[in-house]
Design a protein around this ligand. Sequence first.
Ligand code: FES
Length: 210
Amino acid sequence: MLPRTMSRWSPETRERARRILARYPEKRSAVMPLLYLAAAEDGHLTPEGMEEVARWVGLTPAQVQSVASFYTMYKRERTGRYLVSCCTSISCMLLGADEVLAAVEDEAGVPAGETDDEGVITVEHVECIGACGGAPALQVNYELVEGVTPDTARELIRWLRSASPEAVHTDEMQELFGTRRSFDWAVPERVGAVGPFPAFEPYGTTDGNP
Ligand code: FES
């Protein structure tokens, strides 16, 4: 393993890592946010990225890999620029999730679990994403869109391809392609995702409205 002083990460990523680590009394407690940081740095989680995380948090690479391999949101293979995650759990299934997924697969031209040839769209089906009241729901780069139909899901895929938004933003996509929402947060979302990483931390995020 490289010593930490010979980090592969950019100065900006190292600064983000330092800020994350400073929040935790135990360094190893930062393993999960640092894994997202490593994925954002390389485009997906690589063995080298996981070794880097291990150095920062004082765990072995095997320990870090065991965390990364447990959770499906840590992608260890490159995904498309837009990761489209269709919920097929019970509430969504009862309200047409299978038809939504089929429409997404057809419009994207790939079955769930695969990425199109251009590296633009990856489709996956996932378990409940916490938006049952707005079922059927999907996410693009972990940004929610609720109350989708097969037709609006197709429109969403076409929009991703044609508009090629730098950041995807839940409020914008909900306005364009969603209908019923599980509940209203009453405050607008400020951040959007700039890659297939969640936007709730300083990895792959952008501030401001779309
Ligand atoms: S069942 Fe789909 S969001 Fe909960």
